[in-house]
Design a protein around this ligand. Structure first.
Ligand code: ATP
Length: 303
């Protein structure tokens, strides 16, 4: 059924591993990272209209013009839709901003998928992936392979786990797995991804994650080993800058997490918990000191 409006869920990601394996000629770092979508998501409402792009949001902290990644994505795809194609975008912002959770990238990916849907699915997956990579390094991962309409007019994706290489755009999907108890804490400050990478380049070699063992654990469905082999080479850089990240991480483990890790370039920290009761208790503890605390699990709807 052709529609002129649609709502999409745009989930956040966490990095279960993150390694920098080189520096490229174009200035970007060569990455190897396992990304995993969680059920903390923005809602993106889209409506066809004929007068360019209009963007509004529930958040007072993100731009509404061309600096918004969702706006950039809309511009890129509408250019290819031909003259007269326009869109109204509303972003219900639930994902913490500047947190290492790819909040902007997932909004952009949802806009690409949603506009394609509204305009008759005229672009292939490959076309969309290329547009996504041009908008931002994390956008291709956030772009779901397919959406299903679960409720009338609401599109949901099965949720993704993938290992990303290159600058993040070369994706190898991993088998779906549900991590049931993930506690996420976003300290009350933001970090700039670009700045953390820049400082990473200036520092001595940090300890790399054992990605091979992590993947083995993932394929074996062994949650203890999955948690144990998580690692993020950027963590020590961000902790040096903001020691509070290290404190949250240690506290998460004291509270019973199997392991805890910073996501992306931070400052969000997530812990993997063995059971719901321990996770809930830790949630309550952290809630006393932090505003942005979430008890989540892996994202997975359309399956
Ligand atoms: P990543 O994990 O990909 O590094 P992040 O979670 O650290 O991303 P974002 O939340 O995507 O960071 O936002 C970083 C910056 O991008 C902020 O300064 C914000 O103003 C800007 N931005 C632009 N568009 C958006 C958007 N739709 N949602 C959130 N931030 C946006």
């Amino acid at each position: 059924m052709m529609r002129n409006r649609i709502i999409l869920e745009a989930p956040a990601k966490i990095n279960l591993t993150l390694d920098v394996i080189g520096k490229r000629d174009d200035g970007y770092h060569e990455l190897e990272t396992v990304m995993h979508q969680i059920n903390l998501f923005d809602r993106i409402a889209l409506e066809i209209w004929d007068q360019g792009i209009e963007l509004a949001t529930s958040s007072s902290e993100i731009p509404v013009g061309e600096d918004n990644l969702a706006y950039k994505a809309a511009l890129a795809i509408l250019k290819k839709c031909g003259p007269g194609a326009g869109i109204k975008i509303f972003i219900e912002k639930n994902i913490p901003i500047g947190a290492g959770l790819a909040g902007g990238s997932t909004d952009a990916a949802a806009v690409l998928a949603g506009i394609n849907y509204l305009y008759g699915s005229r672009f292939s997956c490959q076309d969309l992936l290329e547009l996504a990579a041009a908008v931002g390094s994390d956008v291709p991962f956030c772009l779901p392979e397919h959406y299903t309409e679960h409720y009338s007019g609401v599109l949901m994706s099965p949720g993704a786990t993938a290992i990303a290489r290159g600058r993040g755009e070369i994706l190898e999907p991993l088998p779906a797995k549900t991590i049931p108890f993930i506690l996420l804490v976003k300290p009350g400050f933001q970090l700039s991804t670009a700045q953390i990478y820049a400082e990473f380049g200036l520092q001595a070699v940090n300890q790399s994650p054992d990605t091979r063992s992590f993947l083995q654990a993932w394929y074996n469905n062994d949650i203890i080993s999955i948690a144990t082999y998580m690692g993020n080479v950027l963590e020590s850089v961000s902790i040096r800058k903001k020691p509070e990240i290290g404190i949250v991480k240690a506290r998460m483990k004291e509270q019973g997490a199997i392991n805890a890790l910073m996501s992306g370039s931070g400052p969000s920290v997530f812990g993997i918990f063995p059971d719901e009761a321990t996770a809930r208790q830790a949630f309550t503890e952290f809630k006393q000191d932090y505003r942005e605390v979430y008890l989540v699990s892996s994202y997975g709807r359309g399956d």
